[in-house]
Ligand binder design. Structure first.
Ligand code: URA
Ligand code: CA
Length: 441
């Protein structure tokens, strides 16, 4: 077998066999394939597409290209969640303790952020003392004992995906449904979960720009889950504006605390309730999604989700005083309010640009070795649909690096539009895809 022949076959629109896909992934992982061969192959896949069988085979090959985590020592059904990349997406911080408080084990492997999307681990590390460097044994013990643990992603999860993704990023082959679906599902399956809830973002700030494409991606991943015998549900959600009000590590921890106290932003709360209900249902914590939702709302209202968050932070070394009194979180030396000099309605907030503006303030990494400013970020004082009067604060910038304020303010203002006409507020949940089909809202 030669890469050259695989490239010709896909270039001509033919179906690749399982053996051919395995050959590609195995040799890629072992470093036997030149980047130009991989790049040409990816472009052929991008243009001629893969069918569902090829996509499932690619997923399995990538999943087995590195470690497959064995969570069988943890009792119960382990449900994982994945979001296709959001800005200010605080959901994992809320969902992990929320789902655990419903009696469904949460064994979460998380990553750090790069570029304009934040990573869950970075956010948690804004809490003094909190760490994710625990052994796999402690990870398993903590989940069995406390129902919850978060660990850093091991280097060897789906290494083939890492190589492929790096090349997709520089060859304009990222936004292909088969490549995205196999990339996400290979990592989730390798992380050892029994069931998966996916948050597929749609909108200007997301990989999928249209609802049709997002549903297609959701279907593809649900089907891969089915083939692998892992019950999978995809929830299609709006990313035409950042989620909640806070973007930035300590700011999002504060937002998560508010949400767990049932006093969080409406959109973030709604998304956590929806994702959480589906996780609890798949995890066997309730007989129906509706019953799960009732349970989830109870745990938010009666404080048990918040108590579980404190328990979790404490077992992983975090200072619980900070959770009880969020004013003890890292705070910024420089704060700037961005005020409107026009009147109207907030029409758009481009998520990716706002994410970059927050990154410039120190909330995210521009390069792999950037040092984060935990206090840095942006609070949105207005959301899409809100009325704005002259002089109203639209957003507040936080940073320890004063020199970044001007650039970030300009980026933020470029990322929003204000219009004279009334604007409807946006619907967050657009569709749900599961084994039974698609439900649109
Ligand atoms: N997230 C991933 O992990 N992979 C993709 O290809 C796209 C989003
Ligand atoms: Ca947020």
């Amino acid at each position: 077998m030669r890469m050259y022949d695989l490239i010709i076959k896909k270039r001509d629109g033919l179906e690749l066999s399982k053996e051919e896909i395995n050959y590609f992934v195995k040799n890629l992982t072992e470093g036997n394939i030149a980047d130009y061969h991989v790049a040409a192959f990816l472009m052929a896949v991008f243009l001629k597409k893969m069918n569902k069988r090829e996509t499932a085979d690619l997923t399995q090959a990538m999943m087995h290209s590195g470690d497959v985590v064995d969570l069988s020592q943890i009792s119960g059904i382990k449900v994982d969640k994945h979001s296709t990349g959001g800005v200010g997406d605080t959901t994992t911080l809320v969902l992990a303790p929320l789902v655990a408080s419903c009696g469904v084990p949460v064994a979460k492997m998380s990553g750090r952020g790069l570029g304009h999307t934040g990573g869950t681990i970075d956010k948690l590390e804004a809490i003094e003392g909190f760490h994710v460097e625990i052994s796999i044994d402690d990870f398993i013990n903590n989940v069995n004992k406390h129902g919850i643990a978060v660990i850093g992603q091991t280097k060897n999860i789906a290494p083939a995906d890492k190589k492929i993704y790096a090349l997709r990023d520089v060859t304009a082959t990222v936004d292909n449904i088969s490549l995205i679906a196999s990339s996400i599902m290979s990592k989730k399956l390798a992380a050892g979960s029994d069931a998966i809830v996916l948050d597929v973002k749609v909108g200007s700030g997301a990989f999928m720009k249209t609802i049709e494409d997002a549903i297609e991606l959701g279907k593809e991943m649900v089907e891969i889950g089915q083939i692998m015998d892992k019950n999978t549900i995809a929830i299609i959600t709006d990313m035409e504006q950042p989620l909640g009000f806070a973007i930035g590590n300590a700011l999002e921890v504060k937002e998560a605390i508010d949400t767990l106290n049932n006093e969080g932003p409406e959109d973030l709360t709604e998304l956590c309730v929806k994702l959480g209900s589906n996780m609890v249902y798949l995890g066997g914590g309730a007989d129906s999604v509706e019953a799960a939702e009732k349970l989830i709302r109870e745990k938010l209202a009666n404080g048990e989700a918040f108590e579980k968050f404190k328990e979790f932070i404490s077992i992983q070394g975090g200072n619980v005083d900070v959770i009880n009194d969020p004013s003890k979180l890292p705070s910024a030396d420089h704060v700037r309010e961005i005020k409107s000099d026009v009147e109207g309605y907030l029409e758009t907030i481009k998520s990716d640009s706002v994410g970059i503006a927050a990154m410039k303030l120190g909330a995210g990494r521009e390069t792999l070795d950037s040092v984060l400013d935990m206090s840095a970020g942006i609070i949105l004082n207005k959301k899409v649909g809100d009325k704005i009067n002259k002089g109203d604060v639209i957003a507040t910038l936080y940073t320890n690096t004063q020199s970044k304020l001007d650039e970030s303010e300009k980026m933020f203002l470029d990322a929003i539009t204000i219009t004279k006409d009334e604007v409807a507020s946006r619907k967050l949940i657009k569709a749900i895809v599961n084994r039974d089909g698609v439900q649109k809202f």
